[in-house]
Design a protein around this ligand. Sequence first.
Ligand code: GRF
Length: 215
Amino acid sequence: MRYGVTRIAVFVSGGGTNLQALIDAEKRGELGGGKLSLVIASNGKAYALTRAAENGIPSAVVNRKECQAIGDGEFDRRLCGLLEENEIDLVVLAGYLSILSENVTKRYSGRILNIHPALIPSFCGPGFYGLHVHEAVLARGVKVTGATVHFVNEVCDGGPILLQKAVPVEDGDTPETLQRRVMEQAEWELLPKAVALYCSHRIELTPTHARILPQ
Ligand code: GRF
């Protein structure tokens, strides 16, 4: 923390609409005093990098395949090196498709948040990302889905749940229309709210539960 400000790194892989929600919240002064200080993309084509550049946020690309070609552990070394150089306090996974190793999740234990586009423990875990989540929701025929913000630990989508919001599944939904509704009605609201709670120190965290403290 520099000058009492929570320095935030956002990890991205795609369009960056969740990053944009964080950027807009910071501009409105609704990020609990946190500062978006770094964007790390898993690939150089992520439009989220354009959003970072347009808003003056430093960014970097750390690609797993490229790192693996250099050697074991290079991916983790690069990620942790960037987080340390930029004095990052909180990592936010926003549409990030790479799985973090225990090296990273343990080093930043209690300081990594993820937005998942379903109501955990439903439709989560390995293989449940992006449109696949909404395809499974429609295939199962559930009437309600939503989004979850949770802390990241060593279990995929298994960390303490912080915020959730339900979103109706509507007749005629396609994976795309459902994804859009979950993003608009849940993800883009929950993620900035979760980051603000963290930055204003209103979360009591145990290994299994995250409790929001009263204001
Ligand atoms: C979307 O599937 C979203 O539901 C999930 O990650 C994907 C891309 O999000 N969280 P973003 O637009 O890159 O934030």
